[in-house]
Design a protein around this ligand. Structure first.
Ligand SMILES: [Cu+2]
Length: 298
C-alpha cells in the first residue's frame, strides 16, 4: 500500500474549512477569524516595495489572536496570486505580537488585482485560511484564461514532470506524481532539499482563486507533524527519500478537488539553496464514469 497521507488538507476561503476527505466545500456562515490586511501607503504601486500588515482578530469578540502554532516552520504562510493567476508569491510575515504580522519590502510585479491568502493556525484551533484582495494602482479587472498546460515544466536546472496519465476526478482522492530531472541532462535529481519542513509544497487554486488547497508529499515530512491534527499513517515511502533528507526524483501528493474544471497548481521545491516554483494547469473531470474520457479516439 503506497498511499501515505501525511498532511493533505483543503480549505475553503473565508475561514470555512474542510478535512482532506470532504468532497464538497461547506460554506461557514460566519468566519471565526478576521484578517485585516493593510499597506503602509495609500496605494500600492507595481514594482515598488511596500509593507504589508495583517491584524488577526477573533471575529466574534474583535480581540486579537495572540497564540499561533508553528506549521511547516512558520506561524503564518502568505500566498499572493494575481487575479489572472500568472503571479504566485509565497512569503512569511513576521509576528509582531498582539495579533499583528508584518512583512516589509513586498513587491508586486504588475498593475493587477491580487488575491491574498493568509494561512495560520490559532493555538487550540485548526488551520485557517482567510482570503483578502489587494489592488495595485492602475489594475484592470481581469480573470484567469487557463488552458491545460504541459505536464513538463522547466525552471532553472530542474525539469519537473507531472504524470499526465493520471485521471483527476472531482471529489475523490487524487494522487499527483511528479518526476524531477535535470533539465539539461534528463538525469534524475535525488538531492532536493527540505523546504519549510517538507520535500515540497503544492498550492492549488480554482480559476477564481476561491478554493485553496495546500498539500505536502506523502511520507516526507514527519518532523513537521508534531502537534498537528492531520491524519497520519505510518508507512514510509522508500522511494525518493534517504537519511540525509534529500528528496527526489519522485514526489507524490494527494489532493481532493471539490469541483470539476481547470485548476492551477504551483509546486515549490528547494534545490541547491534556492526555491523553485513550477506552475501547472490540470483538468479535473466530473464523477468517475460519468465524464467522457480525456483520451478520445477519432
Ligand atoms: Cu509558507
Amino acid at each position: 500500500m503506497r498511499f501515505v497521507i501525511l498532511m493533505s488538507f483543503m480549505l475553503l476561503a473565508l475561514g470555512a474549512k474542510l478535512s482532506a476527505h470532504d468532497a464538497t466545500p461547506i460554506p461557514v456562515a460566519k468566519p471565526k477569524y478576521t484578517v485585516k490586511v493593510s499597506t503602509d501607503g495609500a496605494t500600492v504601486e507595481a514594482t515598488k516595495p511596500f509593507t504589508l500588515t495583517f491584524q488577526i482578530d477573533d471575529a466574534n469578540t474583535g480581540t486579537p489572536i495572540t497564540a499561533f502554532d508553528e506549521v511547516h516552520t512558520k506561524l503564518l504562510h502568505l500566498i499572493i496570486v494575481s487575479e489572472d493567476l500568472s503571479v504566485f508569491i509565497h512569503l512569511h510575515p513576521v509576528y509582531q505580537g498582539n495579533g499583528v504580522f508584518q512583512l516589509n519590502d513586498v513587491m508586486l510585479p504588475n498593475a493587477a488585482n491580487y488575491v491574498v491568502f493568509t494561512d495560520f493556525t490559532p493555538t487550540g484551533d485548526t488551520q485557517q485560511v482567510v482570503r483578502s484582495e489587494l489592488a495595485v494602482s492602475g489594475a484592470q479587472s481581469t480573470h484567469a484564461h487557463l488552458n491545460s498546460s504541459s505536464p513538463e515544466v522547466s525552471v532553472g536546472d530542474l525539469k519537473i514532470t507531472l504524470d499526465a496519465t493520471a485521471q483527476f476526478t472531482v471529489g475523490s482522492e487524487t494522487t499527483l506524481n511528479f518526476h524531477v530531472t535535470n533539465a539539461a541532462t534528463g538525469v534524475d535529481v535525488t538531492n532536493l532539499e527540505e523546504y519549510l519542513g517538507a520535500a515540497g509544497h503544492l498550492v492549488i487554486l480554482d480559476p477564481a482563486a476561491q478554493t485553496y488547497i495546500h498539500t505536502h508529499p506523502a511520507g516526507h515530512d514527519m518532523a513537521a507533524m508534531s502537534g498537528m491534527d492531520h491524519a497520519v499513517t505510518a508507512t514510509p515511502l522508500t522511494s525518493g527519500m534517504d537519511t540525509n533528507m534529500n528528496y527526489g526524483p519522485h514526489l507524490q501528493f494527494e489532493a481532493v478537488f471539490p469541483m470539476e474544471g481547470l485548476w492551477v497548481m504551483w509546486l515549490q521545491v528547494q534545490y541547491q539553496g534556492e526555491i523553485y516554483t513550477f506552475p501547472y494547469v490540470v483538468e479535473v473531470s466530473g464523477e468517475a464514469g460519468a465524464a467522457p474520457s480525456a483520451h478520445s479516439h477519432g
